[in-house]
Design a protein around this ligand. Structure first.
Ligand code: DC
Length: 220
């Protein structure tokens, strides 16, 4: 039977590393739902669409041809034949994605696309609304959290390692702004799903968090 493991939580709470680790341990596919919101944003930006113009973003999203497939243990997608990966992490996308992810039509398209990925097999999917909206019936729901300062430091270190020229206090501010938009938006805000196990990773190692999730899944 296909299983879907939902791992939700705020930015830089460790969802990606944990989800990849759990997927590898269990032999499931890793699926990054945020990359789809980033993909819609990237497509709008490269087409010169104003991301504050919801109707234009939605039109641009539906005009594009989307294909979903599996590569190296993960679900990925192409937009009009291109597979954006590094592009999705760039600053322009990062700064606009929370606005795009707040557009109800965009959420509808992304949620339907994410559900269709279960056809590829069992998944570990990370996001903000996987346990509440995408797979609400999954018995495997986790909410990963960490102290905001720790999250900002993790994100700062990631950006510096990626060669970006960022200041720690600006990373903290931008993270706070994203947290606010993600948790207060009208459609599918970030909340703890009912039945989700909350894991505070502030003082846990990655291995400890992965083990906690894998053990909880095996015990069900
Ligand atoms: O996880 P991330 O940083 O790649 O997410 C990018 C944006 O998309 C962020 O603003 C939150 C939003 N998002 C969402 O609203 N719902 C999801 N399931 C995943 C991401």
């Amino acid at each position: 039977m296909v299983k879907t493991i939902a791992i939700d939580g705020p930015s830089a709470s460790g969802k990606s590393s944990v989800s990849k680790g759990v997927a590898q341990e269990l032999g499931y596919l890793y699926s990054d739902s945020g990359s789809l919101y980033r993909g819609v944003t990237w497509q709008a930006l490269r087409k010169g669409v104003d991301v504050q113009d919801a109707a234009a973003v939605v039109e641009c999203m539906y005009e594009a041809e989307w294909d979903f497939f599996v590569q190296e243990g993960a679900t990925i997608f192409s937009i009009d034949g291109d597979v954006p990966v590094q592009e999705l992490r760039e600053k322009d996308v990062r700064e606009s994605v929370a606005f795009v992810a707040a557009i109800p039509e965009v959420r509808k398209f992304v949620v339907e696309s994410l559900r269709s990925l279960a056809a590829f097999g069992s998944l570990v999917m990370e996001g903000r609304d996987i346990g509440t909206v995408v797979f609400p019936d999954s018995p495997y729901k986790f909410y990963l959290d960490a102290d905001p300062k720790e999250r900002a430091m993790r994100r700062y270190r990631e950006l510096i390692a990626a060669g970006e020229d960022e200041k720690a206090d600006e990373v903290m501010k931008s993270l706070q702004q994203r947290d606010k938009i993600d948790s207060t938006r009208k459609t599918d805000p970030l909340v703890v799903a009912s039945g989700a196990q909350v894991i505070d990773s502030t003082s846990m190692t990655l291995e400890e968090v992965v083990r906690t999730v894998v053990n909880a899944v095996k015990e069900k």
